[in-house]
Design a protein around this ligand. Structure first.
Ligand code: FCB
Length: 437
């Protein structure tokens, strides 16, 4: 690799990420059903109908998996907790085995010198709460606050940092407007409610954690660079609308107590009554912001209802996801987030990575190039004076890539999904050499 640890400021944290449903194996340890289980069981939603019942079997191999993180030379490990593993029905009865698992995970990180970076919700909503409308139901802020209290009362004293919700855009827009992720809805009113409630839930969780004395609380948002797909003013306006929905809405709520006019033009009539009154909760002060960044899109107008846009293919190199590689976008969003939070807060790159089908032992050059290019843009921002404090690769392991099943391979470690054997890829070894102290 081109970059190495010593190119970065002292204390900069190199991390790698996973999430509960994507690796743990939800069929184990008394976890309750989630909306990802029912979504995956519905033909047509997930490639080959694949689901997370076994996934990487991390539930039983956690120690071995943390050993791999330690041997990679990471400073931090970003993981998520499954609501349905802790509270199988979403509320009420606690699954002690689930709490014990996260307790061992946090201690396992600390024993290996890995800072535990915890995300409370990375998408597997308990099915019992989905039955009650899930993210559409205004009560979800209170349900999530109760879950936060339950899990953080157990591990909140030892985590390095906590973010309540991974990628509010995916939880709401991707899952309720585009229907690509559970619950697979395509409904503008459901979308507006989910977009607002996900922010209320974020704020309620922050309040609860402040009350418990948990330290270092942030938000993890995802961003996608929006190019105009052609030279027309109409394409430029479409790209601006896309940018407002994807990149500005959640920042606006959290840091500016407002939603962008370009989003309100389509969603305002569908927002819950008195939505403005929730901004004090939504904008609870934070200690850091996380940026998840992968790619860009080329936006053009479409002859449909609002938001009246679609995307067209672009010319840059693509990954196995068919996502263009555009590292400069990361620099753009580090700046956007820095401005949006009043230039106050430490920023972490909490996800960046690429999928490519690579066998263990084979060269993995596109991935190391991708990491180098995104580390380079991170360094550029640091050199300009931005307080970027860490970079997190997605992901440690090949895993369950949601609606695309197991074939999209983001891991530094190859997983054979028949034998569950782990094998570090060439990129793992290259990164380990770059991180060596
Ligand atoms: C992010 C998700 C993560 C994974 C990567 C590829 O949006 O947070 O779970 O799916 O994309």
């Amino acid at each position: 690799m081109k970059y190495k640890r010593s190119d970065f400021p002292e204390g900069f944290q190199f991390a790698a990420a996973t999430s509960s449903y994507q690796i743990e194996g939800h069929g184990f340890g008394g976890a309750g059903l989630t909306h990802w289980d029912s979504f995956a069981a519905t033909p047509g939603n997930v490639v080959r109908g694949e689901h997370g019942q076994t996934a990487c079997d991390h539930y039983h191999r956690m120690e071995e998996d943390l050993d791999l993180c330690q041997a990679l030379g990471l400073d931090a490990y970003r993981f998520s907790t499954s609501w349905a593993r802790v509270l199988p029905e979403g509320r009420g009865q606690v699954n002690q085995e689930g709490l014990d698992f996260y307790d061992r995970l946090v201690d396992g990180c600390l024993a290996r010198g890995l800072n535990p970076m915890c995300t409370l919700y990375h998408w597997e909503l308990p099915a019992a709460l989905a039955d009650e409308g899930g993210w559409r139901n205004a009560d979800i802020g209170n349900w999530f606050a109760d879950f936060t209290e339950t899990i953080m009362s157990r591990i909140g004293d030892r985590v390095f940092s906590v973010a309540p919700i991974n990628e509010p855009w995916c939880v709401s827009w991707l899952s309720h407007f585009e229907g690509h992720h559970a619950p697979g809805l395509r409904d503008i009113r459901a979308t507006a409610r989910a977009m607002h409630h996900v922010l209320v839930a974020h704020g309620r969780a922050i309040e609860v954690m402040r009350g418990l004395g948990v330290k270092n609380l942030g938000a993890v948002l995802n961003f996608e660079y929006a190019f105009a797909g052609d030279d027309t003013p109409e394409a430029r306006q479409s790209a601006e609308r896309y940018d407002a929905i994807y990149n500005q809405f959640f920042l606006g709520g959290i840091f500016n107590k407002s939603y962008p006019p370009l989003v309100l033009e389509g969603l305002e009539e569908h927002l819950p009554a008195n939505w403005e009154k929730d901004f004090d909760t939504i904008a609870a002060p934070l200690d850091w912001v996380g940026v998840n960044y992968y790619t860009c899109k080329r936006i053009v107008p479409a002859d449909t209802g609002w938001p009246s846009l679609t995307d067209v293919p672009g010319p840059l190199q693509k990954t196995q996801m068919d996502w263009e590689v555009y590292p400069e976008g990361l620099h753009h969003f580090l700046n956007l987030v820095h401005q949006a939070n009043g230039k106050n807060l430490p920023i972490y790159v909490t996800e960046s990575g690429m999928a490519q089908a690579v066998e263990p032992g084979a060269a993995d050059i596109q991935r190391t190039d991708y990491i180098d290019a995104h580390l380079g843009q991170t360094l550029r921002a640091i050199d300009e004076g931005l307080p970027v404090k860490g970079f997190t690769y997605w992901s440690v392991f090949d895993n369950y890539e949601w609606a695309l099943g197991y074939e999209k391979r983001f891991g530094l470690v190859h997983v054979d999904f028949d034998t569950l054997e782990r094998a570090p890829k060439a990129s793992y070894h290259a990164l380990a050499a770059a991180l060596a102290k």
